[in-house]
Design a binder for this molecule. Structure first.
Ligand SMILES: Nc1ncnc2c1ncn2[C@@H]1O[C@H](COP(=O)(O)OP(=O)(O)OP(=O)(O)O)[C@@H](O)[C@H]1O
Ligand SMILES: [Mg+2]
Length: 420
């Protein structure tokens, strides 16, 4: 069956999630799950870095513990973008949950019908609908789908999702995505009676509950940092006022906090200034309050005098462009260095707040929004020159997206918290 269905092997990576956060969201989700007459599709939307994947992964884990998870699928994980992989993978997971479904799917894929297994409508009708109509579960199961916006052509799937909402099934689907136009338009076509939507408010729409959760993340991060300096920092460092300032700057973006914390925690070698100065930059709003791309830009600006250098471009391009985490040796090689090069390591050290170094020593981006920031679409090394004479005047203000775009040509910020 696996050979014929070829389900996705890439599953959601582990995410950081502070226990007890997002209580309101989970309550809404559980009420929806437990309502026997409820709608069968719930859509969670929010800006990049607002915490959708963290919720999706945590929900999937909790549902698995309760024996209610049918499948957990992420388009974001390992950059799965092929829409034909989706229902195939869900069908495979359903077959793992139920032996009767497994038997029927095996029969189907071993018949001439297998010729259509790549057709989305066929997958939906034969592998999903017919199976769910014919077989039942003790308790309704839930499919968790993360980052639909990452799919190449979500429209091809949205048609089947619209169909899904019209059916009465012993299975519900929890979907997350950024509020992209195509998805928004398509899901709003569905009668409001059929879809439930939760929006993670950011910017001006941030809720006090989200701020409380973000405060917990900031407090935990600061406590971790202060423990590294037990002789010089008080346990309550940096104090309530500083913590409140960071919560306010984050404006509901969890990724803003995790990136800012990594920056504060970093070293003088990375940023060219000490811990107190780095903290001051963050709380004073120098590191671009509530504006994620501005935050990235400020961090790069602070850490690199010259991030127009060809080596910087090659190193960043290599990490951004690699489908899988990449080793130091490979980064050196792909950046054109014959052997491990300390200069490459220096660039990587300075990128610490935006890159993730795995336990096996490989590098990947900490969050997809960093790749979006560059909006890379070409080959590595195409990051433009911020010192380009023709663009440098626009760079000086650097406080609005409009200023960022011309100074860093391939940065095309799509989301700013104020738009939410
Ligand atoms: N409740 C939480 N507790 C602790 N950390 C969190 C929480 N929610 C999010 N984070 C952290 O914030 C960062 C951004 O979250 P996440 O990746 O879930 O955002 P997202 O909305 O899925 O973004 P994107 O639209 O780019 O996929 C991650 O590093 C994640 O670990
Ligand atoms: Mg996500």
């Amino acid at each position: 069956m696996e050979e014929k269905l070829q389900p996705s092997k890439h599953r959601e990576r582990d995410v950081q999630f502070i226990k007890g956060t997002r209580a309101g969201v989970f309550q809404e989700v559980y009420d929806w799950i437990d309502n026997p007459n409820g709608r069968n599709l719930m859509w969670l939307s929010g800006s990049p870095g607002s915490g959708k994947s963290a919720i999706a992964v945590t929900l999937a884990k909790k549902l698995l513990e309760r024996g209610r998870l049918a499948s957990s699928f992420s388009f974001q994980c390992s950059r799965i973008t092929d829409p034909t992989l989706f229902w195939r993978t869900i069908a495979y997971d359903l077959a793992l949950c139920n032996t009767d479904i497994r038997r029927d799917i095996i029969n189907l894929v071993n018949s001439p019908a297998n010729a259509f297994v790549n057709d989305i409508d066929f997958q939906f009708q034969e592998l999903i609908m017919n199976m769910l109509k014919k077989h039942s579960f003790t308790h309704p199961l839930i499919i968790v789908v993360d980052a639909l916006d990452e799919c190449d052509s979500p429209n091809r799937l949205l048609k089947t999702l619209q169909d899904w909402t019209q059916r009465s099934l012993l299975c519900k689907l929890f979907l997350t995505s950024r509020p992209e136009q195509d998805i928004e338009r398509s899901l709003s076509v569905i009668d409001k009676q059929h879809t439930l939507r939760i929006q993670l408010g950011t910017g001006a729409r941030v809720t006090s509950e989200t701020n409380n959760d973000i405060r917990r993340l900031v407090e935990r991060g600061m406590s971790d940092i202060s423990q590294q300096y037990p002789d010089s920092l008080q346990p309550d460092w940096p104090g309530l006022e500083a913590i409140e300032a960071i919560v306010k700057h984050a404006a509901g973006l969890f990724i803003w906090v995790t990136t800012a914390l990594k920056y504060i925690e970093g070293s003088e070698e990375e940023s060219g200034c000490g811990l107190t100065d780095r903290l001051e930059q963050v709380i004073s709003g120098q590191l671009k309050a509530g504006d994620l791309y501005g935050l990235y830009l400020s961090i790069l600006d602070q850490s690199f005098n010259q991030y127009s250098s060809p080596l910087f471009q090659k190193v960043v391009g290599t990490v951004l462009f690699s489908k899988a985490p990449v080793s130091f040796r490979d980064i050196c090689y792909l950046s054109g260095q014959a052997r491990p090069d300390p200069e490459v390591e220096k660039v990587l050290v300075k990128l610490r707040s935006v890159l993730l170094k795995g336990q096996d020593g490989t590098y990947s981006i900490h969050h997809k929004s960093f790749a979006d920031f560059f909006d890379y679409g070409g080959m590595p090394g195409e990051i433009p020159d911020r010192h380009d004479e023709t663009k440098s005047s626009a760079y000086s203000g650097m406080s609005t997206p409009c200023n960022i775009i011309p100074s860093f040509q391939c940065i095309q910020p799509k989301y700013f918290t104020c738009q939410e």
